[in-house]
Ligand binder design. Sequence first.
Ligand SMILES: [Zn+2]
Length: 146
Amino acid sequence: MSEIQNFIKEALLFNSIVDRTAERVRFGSYSERNPLLGKMATCKFCRTRERNHKCTAVIRKGTEVVGVAPHPKRQNPRLTRKRPPLFLVHQLLVEIERDEHPELENVPQAHMARYIEKKVNDWRREERHAKRDQQKLSRRINRGLV
Ligand SMILES: [Zn+2]
């Protein structure tokens, strides 16, 4: 009797495993649908997220890691998530309310955030360049070149 019960128990367990696997293959996430791909990993040297990543940022001597190439920086850094330039964004939103930016009139709502980010970054770049140019001029004046 207990043998039959055990058999039924195991059959049910096996069935549930098969069902679960079938469900994962059909409705699961990308990695669940493709279990042979292996685990996603973040490279500790170049911060790339990839399966089977072969790092090109590491300088090796044999099997020993000798050095790491510096991580390339974005040319136009994204606005920070922790300290967003809220004042600039607020100012831009007020200006949009006052219809001072007719070029943003036809931008779809889904793309608005990206446009605002671009505007704010452009403002910052202008500020940076004005400061730089003033510094250059001041140095030239101080050296008696102008
Ligand atoms: Zn890497």
